[in-house]
Design a binder for this molecule. Structure first.
Ligand SMILES: [Zn+2]
Length: 171
């Protein structure tokens, strides 16, 4: 699994469980493009509440992954996909922003078993992104090139049946 970013990003708020913070808040450093972290179908792409853009996730994308889990990317400034379309891992799905209940540009990344609030998986364990506020990381995935760095977590990415072993490096 890749991170939602290509290039460096930082963790601004950790996963703290459903009742406190059910995802990781991430902020892009090299780019604010948000990439699909798994292949699947766009289950929803739009406002959480079109009548109140300050509510909840604001503009968000939810991918129903090929593993059956629901991957949420919240607070986007732009959406680049439409509900019902299929996506491949690493496709750009939107641009980081600060829509919804947000005080600065970031992406709320969370993974749930169903398309509803109330329970979540530990996104840090599934994604490999350390649950460490202030940490800066790079998943190393680039088309046609590799980066080096201190290996913190092993991650993998499968595109068209080819699996790439990646690194999630402290930067
Ligand atoms: Zn958040």
């Amino acid at each position: 699994m890749n991170s939602p970013y290509m290039g460096k990003f930082k963790v601004t708020q950790a996963y703290k469980g459903d009742s406190v913070h059910d995802g990781l808040d991430l902020e892009g450093i090299d780019s604010r493009e948000i990439h699909a972290t798994i292949g699947g179908t766009i289950h929803y792409a739009g406002w959480e509440n079109s009548a109140d853009h300050s509510q909840g996730f604001g503009q968000y994308v939810c991918i129903k992954g090929t593993d059956g889990k629901f991957y949420y990317f919240g607070h986007l400034s732009e959406i680049k996909v439409k509900s019902g379309q299929s996506v491949n891992i690493t496709d750009v799905i939107g641009i980081e922003g600060s829509t919804g209940r947000s005080t600065g540009s970031h992406c709320h990344y969370c993974i749930r078993p169903n398309f509803c609030k109330g329970n979540s998986f530990n996104v840090s364990e599934i994604s490999g992104i350390p649950n460490c506020e202030g940490g800066t990381y790079d998943d190393g995935f680039r088309i046609g090139s590799a980066i080096s760095g201190k290996r913190t977590k092993s991650v993998s990415l499968t595109i068209d049946g080819v699996t790439y072993q990646g690194i999630l490096s402290e930067k």
